[in-house]
Design a protein around this ligand. Structure first.
Ligand code: NAD
Ligand code: HSO
Ligand code: ZN
Length: 422
């Protein structure tokens, strides 16, 4: 990785830009895909599956036989690992369900908020370069806990672990459709694929751009969760081989991923670079990983303050703090998707099984977005009840405000009730 000394603030935007493709060019490719699915439905999906995934499909829906066969196609060790991950992710997400608390704002005036699962949701499971069955758990478990009635899954992969995990989380229908066309199918509905109200899931730049585009057409989305990334802040207490392994773990997702290493020690940065060269050789996906490492930077800072500053500006999807006092430093981080503390907390554990969600905002969106949680799958409906005594208490306030806004019908809705109580 290119090692650079702490840059002037004016250089940050250019230095820290992710290697995303020109968004207008991607939009130009995605818009006709959305249009084809909207106008031609299943027929359009067939054309696109052939063009982009090289498959000719008569049916898109995975059949009951495929679901039943999936379990037998996986070895016991993998099934046990998936069940363990399910337990941990379920346990972490279950506590996110909050009971409705009734609040009396003034005597006789009670307000509360009910969480209601979004009825129809779509989950996209990436499968272009790797079958991310872990994403089925990350999206399906919060949907299950939220009580979503219909959970539609789309993926370009037919890996049996995707179907095994889909059954565990109670997906209601699953389709072998990938890319922007899968997002379009769930947004508009086709003869085979049900239309949903909100679409979740990570994916490549075609998938992410499709999500952004359909969100302008009244379909909700979770967030822009594009190419994976990780930033590591390491000091002398860190272990170079661990840090290099962490950087490669996200670099291997794709050539458009980026990793960032920040350290107060030039010696450490050089040691990580040496480790990267050795470890890359052993990776099956070394070409993808090498390309993203080539897009990445190592920054030598003079102090923890400079490190915190630059990391907050970067707003990484994942941030590993391999430093002394990691928890103390993490309190100073206000822009990151998910934070990993200390030398023995590899980001991979969050990707698969520790319990937190791996669907996280990338490309700096962590400045404003959170990762997926049960909250993402519910709507909050407010409810209120005012008693006769309550309307006498609150009524005059509303009458005065409504009159001042020149909305006398609003005022009358209170006045008629107050008069009835005279
Ligand atoms: N941010 C997160 O939370 C998170 C989590 C997991 C994965 N990811 C990211 O998800 C991505 C997965 O990408 P992937 O490509 O492996 O799988 P994918 O399923 O997202 O995309 C594959 C699909 O892209 C379509 N496609 C391929 N080339 C195309 C082209 N030229 N034009 C139009 N469509 C085309 C195909 O239809 C294919 O099915 C990676 O970038 C990974 O880093 C992010
Ligand atoms: N690192 C990805 C989130 O950015 C999630 C993932 C799934 N499998 C492996 N990794
Ligand atoms: Zn990962």
């Amino acid at each position: 990785m290119n090692i650079i000394s702490y840059p002037e603030r004016s250089e940050w935007p250019e230095l820290l830009t992710r290697p995303v493709q020109d968004s207008l060019a991607i939009e130009g490719k995605v818009l006709p895909i959305l249009d084809l699915v909207k106008t031609k439905g299943d027929e359009g999906l067939r054309e696109l599956a052939k063009k982009f995934d090289g498959v000719e499909l008569a049916e898109f829906a995975f059949s009951q036989q495929e679901f039943d066969a999936a379990e037998g196609q996986l070895d016991e060790e993998l099934k046990a690992a998936i069940r363990q991950a399910y337990q941990n992710i379920y346990t972490f997400h279950k506590v996110q369900l909050q009971p409705a608390e009734k609040i009396e704002t003034m005597p006789g005036v009670t307000c509360w908020r009910r969480s209601v699962g979004i009825e129809k949701v779509g989950i996209y499971i990436p499968g272009g370069t790797a079958p991310l069955f872990s994403t089925v758990l990350m999206l399906g478990i919060p949907a299950q806990l939220a009580g979503c009635k219909e959970v539609v899954l789309c993926t370009p992969s037919n890996h049996p672990a995707i179907l095994f995990a889909a059954k565990l989380v109670g997906v209601t229908s699953a389709f072998r459709i990938g890319g922007a066309q899968a997002i379009a199918a769930m947004a508009y509905g086709t003869e085979s694929v049900p239309k949903v109200y909100k679409i979740f899931g990570p994916g490549n730049q075609y998938v992410t751009t499709a999500k952004m585009l359909i969100s302008k057409e009244g379909i909700a989305i979770d967030m822009p969760a594009g190419p994976s990334e990780v930033a590591v802040y390491a000091d002398d207490s860190a272990v170079a081989s661990f840090v290099a392994a962490d950087l490669l773990s996200q670099a291997e997702h794709g050539a458009d991923s980026q990793v960032l290493l920040v350290s107060t020690s030039g010696k450490f940065l050089t040691a990580v670079n040496e480790e990267l060269a050795t470890q890359l050789e052993a990776l099956p996906r070394r070409e993808l990983a090498a390309q993203s490492i080539a897009n990445s930077k190592a920054i030598l800072v003079n102090s923890t303050y400079e490190a915190i500053d630059i990391l907050n500006d970067y707003a990484a999807e994942h941030l590993i703090l391999s430093v002394k006092d990691a928890e103390l430093i993490s309190d100073k981080i206000f822009n990151a998707g998910s934070i990993f503390l200390g030398n023995y907390t590899p980001e991979s554990c969050g990707d698969y099984a520790s319990g937190t969600n791996h669907t996280l905002p990338t490309n700096g969106y962590a400045r404003a977005y959170s990762g997926v949680s049960v909250d993402s799958f519910v709507k909050k409906i407010t409810v209120q009840h005012i008693t006769e005594a309550g309307i006498k208490n609150i009524g005059p306030t509303v009458e005065i405000m409504a009159h001042a806004e020149s909305l006398d019908a609003h005022k009358r809705a209170v006045t008629v009730r107050l008069n009835s109580l005279l």
